[in-house]
Design a protein around this ligand. Structure first.
Ligand SMILES: [Zn+2]
Ligand SMILES: [Zn+2]
Length: 303
């Protein structure tokens, strides 16, 4: 199954030409999971080939506009396109009031069923699960209630080891074995136990999205060893005081968390509009986490 992350926006609250507020799409198989939905997200979806039709769930971290002002426009487009599949929206309480009011005053009767899952941003808890993914909240510290999300792939099946398979199995039998079934003895082959012919199951892939937050060293425990960590890095370390006052992090702090949590890859984003070049932010992060990367618009990460 494909497991891929696409970055739609890397900017923070003030608009900058050529950049976009926070939005990301995690894809598992045919399902898209949209993470935050800043203003103009649907234009970025068009530009980057993400079809609204395939969005199964939308996760919103908090109710600052740069993280959800694109939501109503996207819902309107889904409606105009005649969507019928249900949509789940996961986010802080209050978002449901906004959506109900917007649909009421615009007399919009959505063409699809929408379920809202309110989260408690203070706790680490599972808030969504389907056949591809389990998603848990990560408590952030910000000016208003805010949560990150930890995406964990459902347990993966072990691959069959060719050298251990008996001769003469049909494709249908191989399919059953691959699904974890045992095969009874037949005239052409002995009984085959799945456990005897399969290797160890690969570890489920994990992605942690840490939205707007103060630097929280203890967060390392919750995201330890994830394949990919995204962490906001609004400011450079020279503006550490400003970062603390506004409940944001610096590039060095984001990198420290990545290092302490021993993550596989670190992406930083949510850059302040004051920075015309992101290179200093990248260099500051790489001084602590040498392979840190900028989560810029259009970036695609295979997990
Ligand atoms: Zn923000
Ligand atoms: Zn914010």
């Amino acid at each position: 199954m494909d497991f891929e992350l696409k970055i739609l926006g890397s900017a923070s609250a003030i608009p900058v030409l050529g950049r976009h507020p926070t939005a990301q799409v995690l894809t598992a198989g045919a399902a898209h999971y949209l993470i935050d939905c800043g203003e103009g997200t649907q234009w970025q979806m068009l530009a980057l080939g993400v079809r609204p039709h395939h969005v199964r769930v939308i996760f919103i971290s908090h109710l600052h506009g740069d993280h959800y002002f694109g939501l109503f426009g996207l819902l309107g487009t889904m409606h105009l396109q005649g969507r019928t599949q249900p949509l789940t929206i996961v986010g802080p309480p209050g978002l449901d009031e906004v959506l109900v009011t917007q649909t009421r005053v615009s007399h919009m009767h959505l063409s699809f069923a929408m379920t809202f899952v309110p989260i408690d941003t203070e706790v680490h808890a599972v808030v969504y699960e389907d056949e591809c993914m389990t998603v848990a909240t990560l408590p952030m510290r910000h000016r208003i209630p805010c949560a990150g999300y930890l995406f964990t792939e459902q347990p993966r099946r072990a691959n069959l080891l060719k050298e251990k398979l008996p001769e003469g199995l049909t494709p249908a039998q191989l399919g059953r074995l691959a699904q974890g079934e045992d095969l009874p003895e037949t005239a052409t082959h002995p009984a085959v136990r799945h456990a005897d012919v399969a290797g160890p199951a690969p570890a489920p892939r994990r992605y942690a999205f840490c939205s707007d937050t103060l630097y929280i060293p203890e967060l390392a425990e919750l995201v330890r060893g994830v394949d990919v960590l995204y962490h906001e890095a609004t400011f450079l370390e020279e503006l550490r005081e400003r970062a603390a006052q506004t409940f944001h992090s610096t590039a060095r702090q984001a990198a420290s968390l990545g290092r302490d949590a021993a993550v596989g890859r670190l992406l930083i984003g949510h850059f302040s509009s004051r920075y015309k070049s992101m290179v200093p932010l990248l260099e500051e992060a790489q001084a602590v986490f040498p392979t840190a990367e900028l989560a810029l618009e259009g970036m695609v990460v295979q997990l």
